[in-house]
Design a protein around this ligand. Structure first.
Ligand code: DX5
Ligand code: ZN
Length: 226
């Protein structure tokens, strides 16, 4: 995984058919997905539950691009090795998930994954200055985490612009997660983001037996930022 700041679309399988993840992943990759975004929720850090390491391990063999695992769990540290063993390429933890995010990021890299740091919409970027040399990706949440299909929070555009300036030349991806559509994507691309997660906007109207809409939806987001 070499560093590349071009725009990448990362469909979130939170909006896929949960009974059919393997084929859903193959379908969105065939239709142009750049990364696959995997939302892990614990019913404690966020008010929703999804799945854990065994599911990640099972879907790994269907992913030919990048497995981007977004942990919405607390605590994080006891589970890092299990998600690394499951094959995560990027493992992202929330700043808000505990008091020792520095240790968590060290442990993620120590386990052989790229380290991601996610920020809730209410979290500022002041506290990440001393973490910048430990992260490969910063995920700016543009909805409150927990559910797909929520409305994009516009105040985060300014946050991304400031974050982009703070990052400078460091090889750190800026990922946007929540409410990305062809209307909101250009705001974030212009502000400096390069990884756009999209759940409902990619999976709407399609299925594994009718995957063409996935491609149309991905191309519509890409065209909006071109
Ligand atoms: C929300 C998740 C997102 C979500 C995005 O907690 O982290 O990845 O699936 O869904 P959309 O694109 O529908 O807002
Ligand atoms: Zn996510």
């Amino acid at each position: 995984m070499s560093f590349d700041r071009s725009i990448k679309i990362a469909p979130s399988i939170l909006s896929a058919d949960f009974a059919n993840f393997g084929q859903e992943i193959e379908a969105v990759e065939a239709q142009g997905a750049d990364w696959i975004h995997v939302d892990v929720m614990d019913g404690h850090f966020v008010p929703n539950l999804t799945f854990g390491p065994p599911l990640c391990k099972a879907i790994r063999k269907h992913i030919n691009t990048v497995m981007d695992v977004h942990l919405m769990i607390a605590p994080v540290d006891p589970y890092i090795d299990a998600f690394a063993d499951a094959g995560a390429d990027v493992l992202t933890a929330h700043l808000e998930a505990g008091p020792h995010i520095h240790r968590t990021l060290q442990a993620i890299r120590g386990a052989g994954c790229k380290a991601g740091l996610a920020l809730n919409p209410g979290t500022g970027i002041e506290d990440i200055e001393y973490l910048l040399d430990m992260v490969d990706l910063i995920c700016v949440m543009t909805v409150n985490p927990g559910f797909g299909g929520q409305k994009f929070i516009h105040s985060q555009v300014d946050k991304v612009r400031k974050l982009r300036a703070m990052i400078g030349d460091r090889p750190i991806h800026i990922e946007i997660d929540g409410g990305i559509t062809p209307e909101t994507a250009p705001l974030m691309a212009e502000a400096g983001a390069d990884v756009l997660v999209a759940g409902s906007a990619v999976f709407k109207g399609g299925s594994v037996s009718n995957p063409a809409p996935y491609g149309e939806n991905i191309r519509a987001i890409k065209a909006s930022v071109a």
